[in-house]
Design a protein around this ligand. Structure first.
Ligand SMILES: [Zn+2]
Length: 315
């Protein structure tokens, strides 16, 4: 038995150096770290192979290395939702953009949640629209597999406390509510986020102030689907579309209860906003866009607003 296990270990170890190994990590979950190790090694092996084949210039290798690094950065970006310095410790309802192009961020609160979160993910995927999901810690604990799907689809993640209190809480409770949720988000998905939304949008019960003290951005909203008022399908669509504005943040819910009306409304909301020329960003992307505008003020004076009136009938 010991010999057989030793042989298996040896072949697994060998497998970790030869990526073509067919050894399945599922059969040996306790050795799964070896497979992860393999993946890291794989990502750096191509330059060595390229050297072995010769005829590869240093410049091309540099490009290749840059491409790998770029890929790594992009990969990390999907797991780290930091906020620009100027937004840390602040509260926002939207961002004011200078660009003519209209942008908007759809956000979904109170998940992860069975069925509804997945239906929202399907709709977002079909429409190639990114979302930002504000998770409740206790829901994440109950439905970790749903959470992993959200991250796998490339959406942004934010913190919405552990137990969704509205009432005032002492600082140590606020700390636990936010830090425990942050820890579980990292444990289950590897995501780190500095974006926070207080339950019910309550800014005065100690949760938002604790979040700001830890350099979180407190993200409120400028359009509200108002699911709590039990709107009809048409009302819910109008609640969002009629209040949409560029740089806006749309509040909807994918978890915490029956979200069937939201799910039915979402395709129409997306279509209506697209028809109004909106482009969709995650909330961190919206912040990044604003930050870029702040760092690069327009170089030229905007054109004078005075227009010469044209005589009627002449174009
Ligand atoms: Zn909530």
């Amino acid at each position: 038995m010991a010999i057989a296990l030793g042989a298996t270990l040896a072949s697994l170890l060998a497998g970790s150096f030869f990526p073509s190994s067919h050894v399945s990590s599922h059969a040996f979950p306790f050795l799964s770290f070896l497979k992860r190790e393999t993946k890291v090694r794989d990502s750096y092996s191509p330059p060595v192979n390229a050297l072995q084949f010769g005829r590869v210039s240093i410049a091309r290798l540099d490009n290749f290395q840059q491409a790998i690094e770029q890929k790594q950065i992009q990969k990390e970006k999907r797991l780290i939702f930091d906020v620009p310095l100027s937004f840390q410790g602040t509260t926002i309802y939207d961002v004011e953009l200078g660009s003519e192009q209209k942008y908007i961020a759809l956000t979904f609160d109170d998940g992860p949640w069975p069925n509804y979160t997945e239906q929202v993910l399907d709709i977002l995927k079909q429409n190639q629209v990114p979302g930002t999901f504000f998770w409740i810690g206790k829901h994440l604990k109950a439905f970790p597999e749903v959470a992993k799907k959200v991250v796998a689809d490339g959406h942004a993640i934010a913190n919405h406390t552990w137990s969704h209190h509205y009432h005032p809480v002492p600082r140590e409770v606020a700390a636990r509510e936010i830090e425990d949720t942050a820890s579980l988000i990292y444990e289950i998905t590897g995501v780190q986020t500095r974006i926070f939304r207080p339950p019910g949008g309550v800014l005065t019960n100690g949760l938002a102030s604790y979040a700001r003290s830890q350099n979180y951005l407190v993200a409120m909203w400028s359009s509200d689907a108002r699911e709590a008022s039990l709107p009809s399908l048409e009302q819910l669509i109008n609640n969002v579309v009629n209040t949409a504005r560029s740089g806006g943040i749309v509040l909807m819910h994918d978890g915490g209860g029956d979200r069937s009306v939201t799910v039915r409304a979402l395709p129409t909301i997306i279509a209506a906003l697209k028809q109004r020329q909106y482009q969709f960003l995650t909330l961190p992307e919206l912040l990044e866009l604003k930050e870029r505008e702040l760092q690069q003020p327009p170089e030229t004076e905007p054109p004078a607003e005075v227009q010469t009136p044209k005589p009627d009938g002449i174009e």
